[in-house]
Design a protein around this ligand. Structure first.
Ligand code: ASP
Length: 322
């Protein structure tokens, strides 16, 4: 029996528990569960890890609860510049877009770059045009804007003026979505999509579209998608670092991910989190903030979601026995 597994995150920039009403928490958790169901439906039919992570990320990009696609963060000019990437662990193929402004689902554009372009990463207007030429949905930039992100931008500008950036909440600062999967053929894949952080400089590119930093997948080792201040994920090459600890030090996935997220990144004083799955279908979702939107389906089909410490069992889906 080949195990299959899926894990997702909706960013470690989670509000304090009292920051949202119980209905809003439930709505966010419902969208996490919908994302997992979409990815799992692919895997359970024998579909590929790539298709599964794409399906899972699209649901979160279309949800207003997470900082990617609809509901993405705004830069210092109150504009959206969206980053995304995808990696295929079977052959180390990868694709990404950064500073895209009109692509409804940047993760689909990342996939198109991976499969249809000789480039690994396309930027800005070129990424938008490439997506359009390849038949992806194009939207007006204000499609992505929500009231919550406008308020977060105003709060970050006020912090910047008052010199109180450190006091800003994780949810005011950032967020991201991502998915990792192991399919029935033993292949691993990862995908990540983000609006970056609120009030980011125009043209700033984070870790999410950078292979090895915010996204990494290698068959036989693991697949990783990260969330947290991207500059540090790039400098510590987080996705590749976790995979290297597993591959070369023989650490368990959990030990490797915990070490990088809870010790290495924590030591810089930045909020960070990740989801990862290994070649046996073990999943892990460490974070060093108060909470991280996250969820997973293990090979027995059990679906869990969480935002803070409490983990909710939602349901048992068709299992992965094949
Ligand atoms: N990693 C994202 C970035 O730096 C932000 C986040 O996940 O919070 O663009």
């Amino acid at each position: 029996m080949t195990p299959i597994a899926l894990a997702i995150h909706g960013g470690c920039g989670v509000m304090a528990k009292l920051g949202l009403s119980e209905e809003e928490w439930q709505a966010a958790r419902a969208d996490l569960a919908a994302s997992l169901r979409a990815g799992w439906a692919v895997l359970v039919k024998g579909g590929s890890a790539l298709d599964a992570v794409e399906a899972a990320v699209v649901v979160m990009e279309d949800s207003p609860h997470f900082n990617a696609g609809y509901g993405a963060a705004l830069n210092e000019n109150a504009e959206h510049e969206l980053d995304a990437s995808m990696m295929d662990g079977s052959n180390l193929d990868a694709g990404g877009v950064c500073a895209a402004t009109r692509i409804r689902n940047p993760v689909k554009a990342a996939r198109a770059v991976m499969e249809k372009s000789s480039a690994v990463l396309l930027t800005g207007a070129a990424a938008d045009c490439f997506a359009e030429r390849n038949g992806l949905d194009i939207v007006a930039p204000d499609y992505f804007t929500t009231e919550r992100r406008q308020k977060a931008l105003a709060a970050m500008k006020a912090h910047a003026k008052a010199g109180t950036f450190a006091a800003a909440s994780e949810s005011e600062k950032h967020g991201t979505v991502g998915a990792v999967a192991l399919d029935g053929s033993g292949h691993l894949a990862a995908a990540t999509s983000t609006g970056g952080y609120n009030n980011k400089p125009v043209g700033r590119v984070g870790d999410s579209p950078i292979v090895g930093a915010g996204t990494y997948a290698r068959d036989g080792v693991c697949a990783v998608s990260g969330t947290g201040q991207g500059e540090y994920f790039i400098r510590l090459v987080v996705g590749h670092e976790i995979a290297s600890r597993v591959a070369y030090l023989g650490e368990t996935l959990e030990a490797a991910a915990n070490r990088v997220i809870r010790e290495d990144l924590k030591s810089y004083g930045i909020g960070a989190g990740a989801v990862a799955v290994d070649a046996k279908g073990n999943v892990t979702a460490p974070y060093n903030t108060d909470g991280m939107f996250r969820g997973w389906v293990t090979s027995d089909g059990r679906l869990h979601v969480a935002s803070h410490g409490e983990v909710f069992f939602v349901e048992t889906l068709e299992d992965g026995a094949q």
